[in-house]
Structures are given as structure tokens and as C-alpha cells.
Design a binder for this molecule. Structure first.
Ligand SMILES: C[S@@+](CC[C@H](N)C(=O)[O-])C[C@H]1O[C@@H](n2cnc3c(N)ncnc32)[C@H](O)[C@@H]1O
Length: 258
């Protein structure tokens, strides 16, 4: 039985990708290298990094004191504004953010300029074409690292609402094949799976609403039967909601031309 008033409060809030009510959540990250660890392992004080689809700029800013220079690009004007605001607050002088699609990042300021290009859940990796464009931005021996949503991500939500995509090929294979087609020397190809714990269904719903709103899916009504199906599948015997988070990380190095 749900508390209808709490459901309505949550479902009527204003959600954006980086805004909305903050959910309480714990992450079980035992055995868990994360994308940030793969990025950190490549950094050095002269390194030039590009973040494609940089969003709020948090990734660049969290690494900015361990690299030479970094550029974040994103097509979303609001995200670039957020990133620039965070940059001014951080005081870093080796970082800039631009509103730009990666497809348009060509010419002497972009081609062959970067030691590391990253893309976390952004536009690179779904196709060999997107990887080919990213490679153009890399210096010889430069590295491309992409993080993509994995097939098991939010599987409890997909099961409750019957929205699981029928994917003949899984995400890890999709990116690995795209890298291979483009002759990148693949050094990392990993499925990273974590569990997240929300104290109750209401905290989980705050998180899920931001994802639904961002993906353009209408939020459910308070009496949506999917909510009960979701609880039946994902709550443990203390009422905690447990969800699966799955990302795929693939990293490769641009070979020197012979
Ligand atoms: C899921 S968000 C991830 C943002 C950020 N990487 C993060 O981890 O918080 C994907 C981002 O990619 C941006 N994006 C989508 N297509 C793009 C393109 N062609 N070039 C640059 N950015 C793009 C979106 O505007 C969005 O900010």
C-alpha cells in the first residue's frame, strides 16, 4: 500500500537531468573499478583531454588538477552553462567548456589534438562512424574511453513496465566491434555492475523520475500498477529497494600510422 500523498509530491516535482529532489541512495561498490579509475590511470601533467557530451562538467573538474588541459563539449546549452558555473567556482584555469556537437569539432583546434578523449553515456560508441570521428580528434597513441549503458541497467524497472529492449547484440559487443572496425588497439573492455540501495520506494522514485523525464517518457500516475510490480520485484524483506546499475567501459589506443 502506497502513501498517495508522498507519491503525488514526488511525481509532481520538477525534474531535469541534473536537478530534482535528491534521492537517498547507497552504492554497493565492492570489487568495483569505476570509469573514473580508468580515466585516472591515464592522466599525467601534460595530458590534453576532451570530454564529449560533458554534461555538468563534473568528470573534467574532478580530474583537472592531475592533467595539463581539458575541454568539455556538449550540444545542450543548459548543461554547458552548468559546467561553466562549476568551472568558475572551482578556480581551474586549464579547462574550458564549449557548446558544440562532436561532429562539428573539426579543424586545427581539434584534429589530432588530444591524448585522451572520453565519452560517458554520450554520443560515441553506438556506431563505428561515431568512433571514427572521435579517433580524428586523437593524437597518435592517444586513447579513447567510452562508457555506455549496459543491457542489465535498471532491469527491475524494465521488468515492471515491460520496456526491456530486445537487443540481438549486447552493449559490450556493440562498442567492442565499433572500436575494432576502426582499428583501435583495445585495452579495456569491461562490464561494470553495481547494486544500489534506496531506503524505500519513494527515494527510488525520485531518482527514476529524473531518468524518465530526461528520456522524454511521461511520469506514471500514482495508481500505475507498474509501481507495485516494481516493488514486488525489487524490495528486500526490510522494504529497501535494490536496483542493478550496469555500464560498459571500452578503451582503446589510436595506432601510429606506418
Ligand atoms: C547522458 S548525458 C551524460 C552527461 C555526462 N557525460 C555525465 O556523465 O553526466 C549525455 C550528454 O551528451 C550530450 N550530447 C548528445 N549528443 C551530443 C553530440 N553529438 N555532441 C556533444 N554532446 C552531445 C547531451 O547533451 C548530454 O549532456
Amino acid at each position: 500500500m502506497f502513501d498517495r500523498h508522498r507519491l503525488e509530491q514526488i511525481l509532481n516535482a520538477d525534474y531535469g537531468y541534473y536537478s530534482g529532489p535528491e534521492p537517498l541512495c547507497e552504492v554497493d561498490d565492492r570489487f568495483q573499478p569505476a570509469t573514473a579509475d580508468f580515466i585516472r590511470s591515464t592522466l599525467h601533467p601534460e595530458l590534453a583531454m576532451l570530454d564529449v557530451g560533458c554534461g555538468s562538467g563534473a568528470t573534467i573538474l574532478s580530474h583537472a588538477d592531475r592533467l595539463g588541459s581539458a575541454v568539455g563539449i556538449d550540444t545542450d546549452a543548459d548543461h554547458v552553462r552548468l559546467a561553466r558555473r562549476a568551472l568558475s567556482a572551482s578556480g581551474h584555469t586549464n579547462v574550458r567548456f564549449e557548446q558544440l556537437g562532436f561532429e562539428q569539432a573539426t579543424g586545427p583546434d581539434w584534429d589530432d589534438r588530444f591524448d585522451l578523449v572520453i565519452c560517458e553515456r554520450g554520443p560515441i560508441g553506438y556506431s563505428a562512424e561515431s568512433v571514427r570521428v572521435a579517433i580524428r580528434l586523437l593524437k597518435p597513441e592517444g586513447a579513447l574511453l567510452v562508457e555506455m549503458i549496459g543491457d542489465l541497467h535498471h532491469q527491475e524497472v524494465a521488468a515492471a513496465w515491460g520496456t526491456r529492449r530486445r537487443q540481438p547484440v549486447n552493449a559490450l559487443d556493440t562498442v567492442t566491434v565499433a572500436f575494432d572496425r576502426c582499428d583501435l588497439d583495445i585495452r579495456v573492455a569491461a562490464n561494470l555492475i553495481t547494486r544500489r540501495f534506496y531506503p524505500d520506494v519513494y527515494e527510488w522514485l525520485k531518482f527514476q523520475c529524473s531518468i524518465w523525464a530526461w528520456s522524454g517518457r511521461p511520469l506514471p500516475e500514482p495508481d500505475d500498477p507498474g509501481l507495485q510490480r516494481f516493488v514486488d520485484r525489487s524490495a528486500d524483506n526490510t522494504g529497501r529497494v535494490v536496483t542493478t546499475h550496469h555500464v560498459v567501459v571500452v578503451g582503446g589506443v589510436k595506432r601510429c600510422s606506418k
